[in-house]
Write a protein of this length. Structure first.
Length: 394
């Protein structure tokens, strides 16, 4: 069943998805009989937490596939490289994987600025770059018919997210006046630019606009300004590490429970809610995935991850796990590890993910639903899975 959120065509639905299985059809083998899969992610630095979850998700997927006989008899070998969360190190990591490790494919990076820097390197080498976690729309503006034919992304863009969040806030909550408190990165600033793009549609406006540096710990002056601005909600796109700090300081300045957070900064995690439950109440977030999502495949992933690693997975673990399975499916359908054949198979794929079917448009951007949730009574309440076609620049 589908339900229209509004006349603009967002549809909501959930799918009950079975676990993917891999066949073992025979095709040409490489010298060592493996599929070399590079993974560029921040393994050190301030975003190392994201890199650790990304690697765990990718390795768990590879382990599952390999236990079933691999892809056409080939085992997947995940080869991590540390981007440190910076474009310069990300490019160096990509070159090492291509030139020294001679990988067949690369997944990366968590950071949009790093992925943007990786694109021309992968393009020049003719190596498929499959992004699983960065969301700046410029990545796919430049991909496929945009120029970089070797870049694919299995992740929603900031434009999708911004529109979905803003529309829900306006139509379901009646918000029209906002304050911005977003991380000062390509990700944070781009998310706000796309929010601004759709503000006129909902007769809404931004009253204050502020950005914070990664690692910043004092938000009191900005939150006090927001308190006095007349804003009905705070648009926040940022890092999970900052959310508990912002939440606690919202309580200090007296706006917790009065001005909710909307956007995406892992509002739904248990640690964020526990740190400042009053401030997180009513927070609205659009996520690529979350542990509480109710589908058989999602539940099976969470259970297995907890058993394997002793803690619940976050979004980065899930999207990398799913993306490795997606790539394996494309290799299986291509019946070859030939890069051109796998790229063609990926463009034509219909893959059943834990949140719905994945296909790719002509910019090599995955069409896949996002989960919209709201924190209610201290817990994330899922409002449905929403999707939207990207409006590319002419």
């Amino acid at each position: 069943m589908t339900i229209e959120l509004s006349r603009r065509g967002f549809c909501i639905g959930t799918a009950l998805i079975g676990l993917q299985t891999m066949s073992s059809g025979a095709f040409a083998r490489g010298e060592d009989g493996t599929v070399k899969l590079g993974l560029v992610a921040p393994m050190s630095g301030p975003n190392a937490r994201y890199g650790a979850f990304s690697l765990r998700g990718a390795e768990m997927a590879a382990k599952e596939i390999n236990a079933g006989g691999g892809v056409g008899g080939r085992k997947i070998n995940v080869m991590p490289a540390d981007s440190q969360g910076t474009p310069v190190e990300g490019v160096s990591a990509t070159r090492r994987l291509i030139d020294q490790s001679q990988v067949d494919y690369i997944i990366g990076d968590v950071s949009s600025s790093v992925t943007l820097a990786m694109q021309p390197v992968a393009e020049d080498a003719g190596v498929l770059l499959l992004n699983a976690a960065s969301s700046n729309p410029k990545i796919t503006y430049k991909a496929g018919v945009g120029g970089f034919k070797w870049t694919y992304r299995n992740y929603p863009t900031d434009e999708n997210r911004a529109l979905i969040v803003l529309q829900y806030a306006a139509e379901k909550k009646g918000f029209t006046k906002y304050a911005v408190l977003s991380v000062d990165t390509d990700y944070g600033r781009a998310a706000i630019e796309f929010t601004k793009k759709y503000l006129p549609r909902f007769k809404s406006q931004i009253l204050t606009e502020d950005y914070y540096k990664e690692g910043e710990v004092d938000f009191r002056s900005v939150l006090s300004k927001i308190r006095d601005s007349g804003a009905q909600a705070i648009i926040m796109y940022g890092n999970a590490d900052s959310t508990p700090i912002v939440g606690r300081q919202m309580i200090e300045v007296g706006i917790a429970g009065k001005i909710p957070l909307i956007g995406n900064a892992e509002f739904n995690t248990a640690s964020s809610i526990k740190a400042a439950p009053k401030a997180l109440e009513g927070a609205i977030e659009a996520a690529a995935w979350l542990p509480a999502y109710d589908s058989p495949k999602s539940k099976a992933f969470v259970e297995k991850f907890v058993t394997e690693y002793g803690e619940a997975p976050n979004n980065h673990a899930y999207v990398h796990w799913e993306t490795v399975h997606l790539l394996a499916k494309a290799i299986e359908q291509a019946q070859s590890i030939d890069r051109e054949k796998v790229r063609a198979a990926l463009s034509a794929i219909h893959y059943e993910s834990a949140v719905g079917e994945v296909t790719f448009d002509d910019h090599n951007q995955a069409r896949l639903p996002m989960i919209l949730l709201e924190i209610e009574h201290g817990k994330p309440a899922i409002k449905g899975a929403y999707s939207a076609e990207i409006d590319y620049p002419k």
